[in-house]
Design a protein. Structure first.
Length: 853
């Protein structure tokens, strides 16, 4: 027999008649009242009693599992019934309802799924959106969907939106709803902040603050807000020391605890209580008897990894509005005290409110769900806050990439099947592929492993110091994890044995729960491969199906650096067992300050991608310069995103295009190939000289353009640089000149000079130097004046060499040389080279005949 507790008066009670009357009459209402006023536990029951449930149940959507279960338990107890009677609950993995149930406390997620199965909500007479101020993504979506139903096919469906913060004016206006407000009664609070930041670990700060409150306040319970279960455990340990008074109960409160432990934290007790809670106690779960609050100022915020789309939890600073809510928990029954473990300065820098999730979250799962309900374009809904266009586009793109949407934007059969699974679209796609390939049961395990915390104790996250120490090598971290999971299963998940296997018992059990839930839905639609390798391959293909835009290529065989589909680089974490696969799917990664670290990877093959998503594979042909062979290659590439999956190079056959690439390469070389050709450079110098010194000849400018044109002519029909080098570019260049111009060039900038004795020497034209010649001094005998070029306007610089080939003089004035310097030099020459003849007057002397060399 259940004992029915006496029903206490709550602040909401006097408003209940008005609430029921308005809801029945107008079928829409916005209700605002402080936490603890009685919204969650009193309003649905009152609506039921007022006759709202004659045609269907009341679904109360709660943002948290814990709130749904506790409320159902509590209201049932007040009714003197067991939960699952008139009042029940339905959360992921658990449902307590019966044919008699008229009020169902459900999580928002469960209500969303119910809408998928029954878009008209035929069996529902009223939807209550509770804790609306938390503005989860699902809250906003449900609001829009129920509003749409009410405006179309279900005008009688009642909608009550309940919020704990008194700023629901815009919401009421949006819905065209009346507001009912309960100002509540709050007692004054004394709030202490830290005077300066405390760098002790948060659990030690909590322990000090709690002890201080217990010592200074004679009675009353203490409620501590911590970010998550881990911090709660550590704070509980820190408080277990002897300095904490004995007659105090330290009670944890978070969603992962067994039901009876959660109830213990909420129920009244004879001892004084210290409740260590996550932000479930901020507004969705109220605890009586609390007169003091310790606030760490932190909360775990749900999000989605921009990387994998998988759900994430991050610790973040709470907003100022949350800080006010938390503090308010202390002043419900008498004046209260609050200790904030942060400074006032810190508080001032925080956001005023939490941003609605719809403005910051991944929308692909929501959009897929909307498609399932026939909402093809989410913009057609009336949103309280419309989703940001960029996020909406990204969601649409992902759904198309996964094949959930047909090209025309309608839900495809794949997309429809994905909706059967209560997981993110990527993971749902993995499951659908697993079903087709006959490995449904296996992919349920794979997906459960991907969606829950890592089951290996030694392996956390990349930035929390993932350690190597796994020598295993294999094609896939997921296959590796599956093996570990099946080992654990073989041990019946025995906690102690799991510990010695390096596995986290809780995590393993969470995976098992998800696996079972998915396995109830998944059905093989294709034959199971008949070999173990075949099964492994099918699982890997299924993984690729969910992450086609996460493929990556290993930079080199021995390396752990990856090039990603997005074009970014990443590093494969040391703990990954995928040591040598050239192509992988990066299934889970973390990004911190631009560095991507891939935690879990799985090998993939090109033919799998072809089979799954032929449209995601691009084939291209292009010509490319090969610096090693110094030739033009034809490159055939198969790529997806920025990843080159396969590349084939072969020498290109001559064509116009090939010549163009060759020319580009030749001219791009530094120094340019053509400049390196001495003959060509001399030719250009000669032309420049004449353009400068004989302007009346009007020779054309042989700037880069003409040179390039010459290179282009030379490159026709060729593919390699060596062929180009063999070509006389000088001739090519000359062919750009007219006949007379060429004749002028030969005459006035000759390449050779004949000396009096008949010997011919080259005339050098070096860039930046006057033209010059050199030969033995005796060869110049009989030459009384300096030789010139450019119509006699430019004297050649003459290098006169001794028999040892050393210059005895460099001059542009040969006459002066014979006259002034030669007599002195001659004496010296006579002494050193007595067997040569050194006539006295060089200007008239007869030179010796040229020697044969
Ligand atoms: P609200 O939704 O307005 O924040 P609730 O309906 O949750 O308020 O709670 C109203 C009051 O009912 C609380 O102040 C508390 O006294 C009591 N109460 C609610 N749930 C529980 C529970 N699970 N255990 C014990 N008391 C509860
Ligand atoms: Mg509530």
């Amino acid at each position: 027999m259940l004992i029915r507790p006496p029903v206490r008066a709550l602040p909401i009670d006097p408003l209940l008649p008005e609430i029921c009357e308005k809801t029945l009459a107008e079928r829409v209402l916005v209700l605002e009242a402080e936490p603890g006023a009685g919204k969650t536990t009193r309003v649905p029951l009152a609506l039921h009693r007022a006759g709202l449930t004659t045609e269907g149940v009341i679904v109360v959507a709660e943002p948290r599992r814990l709130a749904a279960r506790l409320a159902a338990e509590y209201v049932s107890r007040e009714l003197g019934e067991r939960v699952g009677g008139t009042v029940g609950y339905s959360v992921r993995f658990e449902e307590e309802t019966s044919r008699d149930t008229r009020i169902v406390y459900a999580t928002e997620g469960v209500l969303m799924r119910r809408l998928l199965q029954d878009p008209e909500l035929g069996s529902v007479s009223a939807v209550v959106l509770d804790e609306f101020h938390e503005r989860h993504l699902a809250t906003d979506v449900l609001l829009a969907l129920v509003d749409r139903l009410r405006r179309t096919t279900r005008p009688k469906l009642a909608l009550v939106v309940m919020s704990a913060t008194l700023d629901a004016g815009p919401l009421a206006e949006h819905l065209g709803a009346k507001r009912v407000r309960s100002e509540g009664r709050a007692f004054p609070l004394t709030i202490e902040h830290q005077t300066r930041p405390d760098d002790r670990p948060v659990e030690r700060q909590v322990a000090s603050a709690v002890r201080k409150l217990l010592a200074e306040e004679a009675t009353g319970d203490v409620l501590v807000f911590l970010p998550g279960a881990r911090e709660i455990r550590m704070a509980s340990e820190a408080l277990s020391g002897e300095r904490t008074p004995e007659n105090v109960l330290v009670l944890p409160l978070h969603g992962d605890l067994p039901m009876k432990d959660q109830a213990r934290a909420v129920e009244p007790a004879r001892e004084r209580k210290v409740i260590l809670s996550t932000n479930v106690a901020e507004s969705s779960v109220t605890i009586d008897g609390v007169t003091a609050v310790v606030d760490t100022g932190l909360a775990r915020v749900a999000g989605h990894s921009p990387w994998s789309g998988l759900p994430t939890l991050a610790t973040a600073k709470i907003s100022r509005a949350s800080a006010v809510q938390r503090a308010g928990r202390a002043g419900r029954t008498r004046p209260g005290r609050v200790i904030r473990l942060y400074t006032e300065g810190d508080l001032a820098t925080r956001d005023a409110h939490d941003k609605p999730e719809i403005l910051r979250d991944d929308l692909s799962e929501t959009f897929l769900g909307l498609h399932g309900m026939g909402v093809r374009n989410p913009a057609e809904l009336r949103w309280l806050a419309p989703p940001p266009p960029a996020a909406a586009e990204a969601a649409d793109a992902l759904l198309r990439r996964l094949g959930a949407l047909a090209p025309d934007g309608a839900l495809s059969p794949t997309g429809r099947r994905m909706l059967a699974f209560p997981v993110s679209p990527r993971l749902a796609r993995v499951l659908v592929e697993g079903e087709r390939r006959g490995v449904a049961a296996d992919t349920c395990v794979a997906v459960a492993l991907l969606s829950e915390r890592d089951i290996r104790t030694g392996v956390r996250t990349a930035f929390q110091g993932g350690r190597p120490g796994i020598d295993a090598s294999g094609p896939s971290d997921v296959l590796e994890l599956m093996e570990r999971f099946h080992e654990a299963e073989g041990e019946d998940f025995h906690p102690r044995r799991l510990g010695s296997m390096g596995l986290d018992g809780r995590a393993v059990q969470a995976v098992d729960r998800v696996r079972r839930q998915l396995a109830r839905i998944a059905r093989d639609s294709g034959p199971r491969p008949d070999s173990i390798d075949g099964v492994d391959e099918a699982i890997q293909i299924a993984l690729l199906a969910g992450f086609p835009d996460r493929i990556a290529k290993r930079r080199s065989k021995t390396d752990r650096s990856l090039s990603l589909w997005s074009g970014k680089s990443a590093r494969l974490l040391e703990t990954s067992v995928v040591h040598d696969a050239p192509l992988v799917v990066a299934l889970d990664a973390e990004e911190s300050r631009g560095t991507v670290v891939v935690r879990l990877a799985s090998a993939m093959r090109l033919d799998w991608l072809f089979e799954l998503y032929p449209e995601a594979v691009e084939m291209s042909e292009e010509l490319a310069w090969n610096p090693t062979t110094e030739a033009v290659d034809r490159v055939s590439r198969i790529s997806s995103g920025s990843v080159v999956l396969e590349e084939e190079r072969s020498p290109a056959k001559p064509s116009e295009e090939v010549s163009r690439v060759l020319v580009e390469a030749a001219l791009a070389k530094s120094p340019p190939l053509v400049q390196a050709d001495e003959k060509l450079s001399a030719l250009r110098e000669r032309l420049e000289l004449l353009r400068r010194e004989v302007p009346e000849a009007d020779l054309p400018d042989l700037g880069a353009g003409v040179v390039n044109a010459a290179v282009e002519r030379a490159a026709a029909g060729r593919t390699r640089l060596s062929e180009l080098r063999g070509v006389d570019l000088g001739d090519e260049l000359l062919s750009g000149l007219g006949y007379a111009e060429r004749a002028l060039l030969e005459k006035e900038a000759p390449v050779h000079l004949t000396l009096p004795g008949g010997r011919t020497v080259p005339v050098h034209y070096d860039p930046g130097k006057p033209p010059w010649v050199e030969s033995r001094l005796q060869d110049f005998f009989g030459m009384s004046r300096t030789p010139t070029v450019a119509k006699g306007r430019v004297p050649l610089t003459v290098h006169l060499l001794a028999p040892n080939q050393r210059a005895v003089q460099v001059t542009t004035d040969l006459a002066g040389f014979w006259e002034r310097h030669y007599p002195g030099i001659r004496k010296e020459l006579c002494r050193r080279y007595p067997r040569h003849s050194w006539p006295e007057d060089g200007a008239t002397a007869v030179p010796p005949p040229p020697k044969r060399r």
